[in-house]
Design a protein around this ligand. Structure first.
Ligand code: SF4
Length: 242
């Protein structure tokens, strides 16, 4: 009897191992099968993958993943740091107070949310204390490991949209996209270039600027951001508000 129970336990362990390896195999297969369709199709495929993604620990505590939103043919792609409290609940990027400020900036540029694309470096909410997801003020920057795990999505979003300009919002986004350790104060307002991971696509001009959340904390930064946005508009040949 004891021998039969032991044999049963071993076979159950083997089954669990087999299931785990099959799950890894399916994940690896999906990784190798990125959709190659129109930009809207690619973005929709990426959004589906992001919503079911469990590649980093943020999957365990998110309420909703936040793939990004906007036009698949946007000239300008804004990339922030990561979803916060409101974004986690709504599944939409930049919908809290910082998002409302970004909306006003986009509108002042003569554009609308639907005409640009807005995304983040990581797609799930990084929390200081994951045991209290209902708490406000619980945001933290993503870790290098979380950024590395999520990087495949933002790179593919950039490739699909092929924007004329990327605007990185805040230090985390600028550092990740440019692969630099320079601070945002030195980076902002100076054109840089985003390069695709395989180096095959043409570099995309990237304007680093402050995150809207930083403007909420320090209003004196608004002038610098507005100056950066006017530089972007001039580069695109659009009319530049006074
Ligand atoms: S943050 Fe990115 S890598 Fe991590 S679970 Fe969410 S989608 Fe996946």
């Amino acid at each position: 009897m004891a021998e039969r129970m032991k044999a049963h336990a071993v076979s159950r362990l083997e089954l669990l191992d087999l299931a785990a390896s099959l799950r890894l195999r399916v994940a690896a297969d999906r990784e190798g099968e990125w959709t190659a369709g129109s930009p809207p199709d690619i973005l929709a495929d990426l959004a589906g993958r992001i919503r079911s993604c469990r590649l980093c620990p943020l999957a365990a505590t998110r309420i909703k993943a936040v793939p990004g939103a906007g036009s698949a043919s946007a000239e300008i792609l804004f990339i922030g740091e990561g979803p916060g409290y409101e974004e986690d609940r709504q599944g939409e990027p930049f919908v809290g107070k910082a998002g409302q400020l970004l909306d006003r900036i986009v509108k002042a540029m003569g554009l609308s949310r639907d005409a640009v694309f807005i995304a983040n470096i990581v797609k799930c909410h990084p929390m200081r204390d994951p045991s209290t997801p209902e708490a406000r003020g619980n945001d933290r920057p993503p870790t290098p490991e979380e950024i590395a795990a999520c990087r495949r999505y933002v790179d593919r979003q950039i490739a699909a949209i092929a924007p004329k300009v990327i605007v990185s919002l805040g230090a985390v986004s600028a550092k990740a996209l440019l692969g630099t350790s320079e601070g945002i104060t030195r980076l902002r307002g100076r054109w840089a270039e985003y390069r695709s991971p395989d180096g095959k696509a043409a570099p995309i001009p990237l304007m680093p600027t402050y995150h809207p959340a930083a403007l909420l904390r320090d209003e004196t930064l608004k002038a610098a951001v507005w100056s950066d946005m006017k530089t972007v508009l001039a580069f695109l040949g659009r009319s530049v508000p006074k």
